[in-house]
Ligand binder design. Structure first.
Ligand code: IMP
Ligand code: MG
Length: 191
């Protein structure tokens, strides 16, 4: 049963499971003999993260960050604010950033830079979804599961105003759910 606030299902549970496992196998192959640090970006990545890491065969350490960007929504000129930092030191580590969706690219461009500045040996980005058409920063994921058009999607960890994260599929949210409210929150883009 689809949630009534969704217009349609974009990716089913089965599609997600299959593609996540496929990408995880590719990533796994790059880290043979290593012990990467899997950095999940809270909260949107949690479901993708937990499915993804369970498909890895290399030993992996888990860590999390919570960030938010403040600035004018359209231009994304704000700076990244760290709400929860990593527990582990990334110096000399092979880091895999795991994120739900890359939109303007602001979050991941800044995060990658930050982790490199902190001395990570390598930083790769794995995203569940890529809204390629909306990119404003020069950054692309090393691995992406699915490309999506410029539509607001929810489920499998992704939210609208903290709702719909627990849906097992990815759905397109009906415009009527957010069109009255999106402008009110445009200057506070909580990641
Ligand atoms: P960026 O910094 O502009 O790349 O934005 C990335 C963040 O925007 C993601 O981590 C999400 O939290 C949020 N986001 C962008 N598009 C969507 C969407 O369609 N649904 C839910 N969250 C989204
Ligand atoms: Mg997010």
């Amino acid at each position: 049963m689809m949630n009534a606030d969704c217009e349609r299902i974009l990716f089913t549970e089965e599609q997600l499971r299959g593609r996540v496992a496929e990408v995880a196998r590719e990533v796994d192959g790059l880290y043979k003999g290593k012990r990467p640090l899997a950095v999940g970006i809270l909260k949107g990545s949690i479901i993708f993260y937990s499915d993804f890491i369970r498909c890895l065969t290399v030993p992996v350490e888990l860590d999390f960050m919570a960030v938010s960007s403040y600035g004018s929504g359209a231009v994304s000129s704000g700076k990244l604010k760290i709400k929860k930092d990593l527990d582990r030191d990334v110096r000399g580590r092979d880091v895999i950033i795991i994120e739900d969706i890359i939109d303007s690219g602001f979050t991941l461009a800044n995060l990658k830079e930050l982790l490199k500045e902190r001395g990570a040996e390598s930083v790769r980005i794995v995203t569940l979804l890529d809204k390629k058409g909306r990119r404003k920063y020069d950054i692309s994921p090393d691995f992406n599961c699915f490309e999506v058009d410029d539509e607001f999607v929810v489920g499998y960890g992704l939210d609208y105003d903290e709702m719909y994260r627990s849906l097992p599929y990815i759905g397109i949210l009906k415009r009527s759910v957010y069109e009255d409210r999106i402008f009110a929150s445009a200057d506070k883009n909580v990641v």
